[in-house]
Ligand binder design. Structure first.
Ligand code: NAD
Ligand code: IMJ
Length: 256
């Protein structure tokens, strides 16, 4: 079969290092022939992502902190000047204050609640508003979610509430953007040891718990998420929008 994304321009937001889910997605997209535009949050990630972007054969590597309007405007300006239509956009960004992922949920501060929602949810709305005008031939928008959106997962707390809002955002955006032939979906990934996960205590226990109970009896990998993302970016998924696809070894379906 021909490469799924041959000739497609794709932007992937949220690359921090080679363990990032965004890196797994970039690798799948590249293998399928996409032209890659990668973004990272700040200078802090620059060294790690520079080498990675080169390895991945990225066409562009741009800085974009989603809380900074000038950086968002600069990003859109750069892509507009390239004058090529965008085929897909991947949103792989989340943040909450560490204390809000360790303390009781009841103690979540208003600032912490708003920060988590600004970075992890509102940014899907703002990036979609900024970038979908470049999807002049239709397109595919996707974001990353987690089971904590629909279950009470220990310590996930305010991030779970934010992911619930993110999944709802997927449905509202899908409903509006459908008339421009732009599809919007979410991938709910099983636990993966990335920088955002490593910071969580006992993460190895979570991985062992899931891999012993999931139907596939193993943990999820970045490349499994990457290949589902490639499907969502491709014409193979042309009839799929407003959905959350679980890439979690089947863990989500299991009961006691
Ligand atoms: P990661 O740390 O590699 O990626 C998170 C990214 O968010 C980083 O690149 C970080 O720079 C970026 N980010 C944070 N604040 C930002 C801001 N203000 N502006 C721009 N970027 C910002 O970790 P990851 O696990 O690859 O996370 C990617 C996505 O996958 C997140 O939405 C996360 O919730 C989701 N997810 C992760 C897992 C897991 O177990 N690792 C499971 C399901 C879903
Ligand atoms: C995160 C916290 C608590 C439980 C968790 C996670 N479980 C999993 C994650 C069970 C799988 C990872 N995950 C799905 C995330 O979305 C992580 C988001 C995140 C992580 C951090 C750590 C460092 C920090 N802020 C963060 N903000 C968001 O300071």
């Amino acid at each position: 079969m021909a490469n799924l994304l041959e000739g497609q321009r794709a932007i992937i937001l949220g690359l921090a290092n080679r363990w990032s889910i965004a890196a797994g997605i970039a690798q799948s997209f590249r293998r399928e022939g996409a032209e890659l535009i990668l973004t990272y949050q700040s200078e802090r990630q620059l060294k790690a992502v520079e080498d990675l972007a080169q390895e991945l054969g990225a066409a562009r590597l741009l800085q974009c902190d989603v809380t900074k309007e000038d950086e968002m405007a600069q990003l859109v300006d750069t892509l507009q000047k390239d004058g090529k239509p965008l085929g897909s956009m991947v949103h792989s960004i989340a943040f909450a204050n560490r204390e809000d992922l360790t303390q009781p949920f009841l103690n979540t501060s208003k600032d912490g609640f708003l920060l988590a929602h600004e970075v992890s949810v509102y940014s899907l709305v703002s990036t979609a508003r900024a970038l979908t005008p470049l999807m002049t031939e239709g397109g595919s928008v996707m974001t990353l979610s987690y089971l904590g959106a629909v279950r009470a997962v220990q310590n996930y707390n305010v991030m779970g509430v934010a992911k619930a809002a993110l999944e709802s955002t997927v449905r509202y955006l899908a409903n509006e953007l459908g008339e421009r032939n732009i599809r919007v979906n979410g991938i709910s990934a099983g636990p993966i040891k990335t920088a955002s996960a490593r910071a969580i205590g006992d993460f190895s226990k979570i991985l062992d718990h899931v891999s012993s109970r999931a139907p596939l009896r193993r943990n999820t990998t970045q490349d499994e998420v990457g290949d589902t993302a490639a499907f969502l970016a491709s014409d193979l998924s042309r009839g799929v929008t407003g959905n959350i696809l679980y890439v979690d070894s089947g863990y989500q379906i299991v009961g006691v």
